[in-house]
Write a protein that binds this ligand. Structure first.
Ligand SMILES: NC(=O)c1ccc[n+]([C@@H]2O[C@H](COP(=O)([O-])OP(=O)(O)OC[C@H]3O[C@@H](n4cnc5c(N)ncnc54)[C@H](OP(=O)(O)O)[C@@H]3O)[C@@H](O)[C@H]2O)c1
Length: 320
């Protein structure tokens, strides 16, 4: 191993296996194995895990890529261009492939020889196209298992057009015959606070949006990524359900969030509920100088805000 060999050790009990791999240190992968599915597990462990979103800003794909590499598992990361973020991934041990989710031609060679994949897509338009191309390419390339980062509002009747699109994308991926786990995260990402409110927090000290001041679920992109890692490594722990609704472990109202951030900044912050229209207008202003914010995202977030005032059963971020 000191000369660069990579060792795979097998065992039936995960805790003991992980402890043994940690004791050995680097260049080792523990493969949980039993009499029935041992061969499949071993060949899966030898093939790289395909990761979408390794260059992402919310960080689920970036976390998944980093953590799989840390666990000694080979990954193949899809990037759209060879930039500094792609080079950083490569330097940390990932094999990087250039491709585009909406171009099936680029996906087939990229997926070749992989057995499991992590799929994510930003909160933006185009997910149905991306999922259709990915599903078709994955089928052609022989992919077996897929973990999908999704959202609580993924539902055919959701007021958010992106919630409905996410649900349809999930359907397409299911129809491809892949074994899927959809992580419909029923919580807000903490990262949204920086993305959507940074300017106003630093300006006149207000978090303004159309959310009512009710307790809602919060999670970090990194914790959502941890769930994805668990689903990739131990799908059997997720039972028979193809879609699950993780909530994160913390519930705060926006006023409480304003209080917490205010204490860290040493100043007083407040939350103000504004109308859906005013919130959308504000997001569109921000989008003029921040390419991460789009009209689709603005429409989605204000629809989620509206549904919190009149809770829609499936995407109620406060009660699940
Ligand atoms: N924000 C929330 O409150 C919240 C709540 C619940 C669930 N979620 C879920 O979290 C996910 C978003 O977080 P994230 O960390 O995964 O997203 P992210 O940080 O926005 O990253 C998206 C990644 O996808 C890549 N990408 C975008 N379009 C692509 C294309 N056409 N072809 C190839 N790659 C493409 C991006 O590449 P580039 O770097 O080249 O752009 C980026 O690496 C969504 O599934 C959302 O439903 C979010």
């Amino acid at each position: 191993m000191n000369e660069g060999a990579h060792v795979f050790i097998t065992g039936r009990r995960d805790a003991e296996l992980t402890a043994a791999a940690m004791e050995i240190g680097r260049n080792v992968t523990g493969v949980q194995r039993d009499e029935v599915n041992g061969r499949n597990r071993m060949s899966e462990a030898l093939s790289p895990i395909f990761v979408v979103g390794g260059t992402g800003r919310h960080g689920t794909g970036a976390y998944v890529a980093r953590q799989l590499l840390r666990l000694g598992l080979p990954i193949r990361a899809l990037v759209r261009q060879r930039d500094d973020r792609a080079r950083a991934l490569e330097e940390s041990g990932a094999k990087v492939v250039v491709g585009e989710l909406r171009d099936r031609r680029s996906l087939i060679p990229a997926l070749e020889g992989t057995a499991a994949a992590y799929f994510t897509y930003p909160i933006a338009g185009g997910i149905i196209d991306a999922a259709a191309n990915f599903a078709s390419a994955a089928r052609a390339a022989g992919l077996k298992r897929l973990v999908v980062m999704s959202m609580g509002p993924a539902n055919p009747d959701n007021p958010s057009h992106l919630g409905r699109a996410q649900w349809l994308a999930e359907e397409l991926l299911e129809w491809s015959g892949l074994s899927c786990i959809h992580l419909r995260i029923a919580a807000m990402f903490f990262e949204n606070l920086e993305l959507l409110h940074n300017e106003d927090i630093l300006g006149d000290g207000a978090i303004r949006n159309s959310f009512p001041d009710l307790p809602m679920n919060w999670i970090s992109g990194e914790d959502a990524g941890k769930l994805a890692i668990a689903a990739l490594r131990f799908p059997e722990r997720f039972g028979d359900k193809t879609a699950i609704y993780p909530t994160g472990s913390e519930k705060f109202t926006h006023s409480e969030v304003a209080g917490i951030i205010g204490r860290h900044l040493g100043r007083s912050l407040r939350h103000e509920t504004i109308s859906d229209e005013a919130w959308q207008t504000r997001l569109m202003e921000l989008s003029e100088h921040d390419g991460r914010i789009t009209l689709d995202m603005a429409r989605h977030i204000s629809a989620v805000g509206a549904s919190m005032r009149k809770p829609f059963p499936i995407n109620d971020l406060s009660t699940r």
